[in-house]
Design a protein around this ligand. Sequence first.
Ligand code: NAD
Length: 259
Amino acid sequence: MTGLIKGKKILVMGVANKWSIGWGIADRFIDEGAEVIFSYFDERNRKSIEKLLSGKGLNPEDFGIYKCDVAEKEDFENLFEIIAKDHGKLKGVVHSIAYSNKDELRGKYYDTSKDGYLLAQEISSFSFVETAKYAKEVLEENGTLMALSYYGGEKVIKNYNVMGVAKAALEASVKYLANDFGEVGIRVNAISAGPIKTMSAKGVGQFDLIAKGFIERAPLKRMVTLEDLGNSALYLMSDLSSGVTGEILHVDCGFNITG
Ligand code: NAD
């Protein structure tokens, strides 16, 4: 344990199962002695979070685990009301959420439906802006907001399509939010993670081909692990990164310099 975030209260949004990037980050934060609070999308995710905590020998009842479908304004209101009442001030929030209909993640980008475009933007990008708006009331003065992005928001990645455009909007939002929040000392950053075979990633057409090409071209010649992401999330969440805001940190085994 480094002691960097010991005793800090951190909300992690978007754990679905043991492969989730959100879990990789939460797991590391718990091991660092942080008080992790979870928000989940549906009952399956809630049960999964409870199982993961039990698997670490922890009692899920000792954790705040609350529902928040980010498409529902009421869920946001309830989540942050409960946090303010039961937990007080937060050191940070990790937004590890994205969604698109599978149909949009293959074929030509110009075939994207209007509904599919708006849905991907709503869940994968706008929800971070909304999270920031609500979190503002409960964040400490040197608090931190963090999102998860992907290289497909910068460059064209086959089949990533509408999600690439949502990630581009997410990354721009990180910068605009960092500017808004800078005056109150709150930092806003994103990790641009290399591909990891999670439930969401499996929805992207030919994900296995993306992964194969990744290992060939990434300088470190390997896939990114949840441990890599936990390490970098710890850096961004802690005061080690006190002068860093509006940053999109590539945690991708160097893929972006050759990709
Ligand atoms: P995941 O499927 O484990 O996590 C996605 C989460 O989003 C799930 O917990 C899901 O329940 C949640 N979610 C979907 N719709 C929601 C809604 N309406 N309200 C609340 N939650 C909702 O997959 P992941 O790969 O861990 O994804 C986490 C983040 O990491 C996403 O932003 C994703 O784009 C990003 N990312 C993933 C990869 C990768 O290769 N897996 C790479 C870079 C970035």
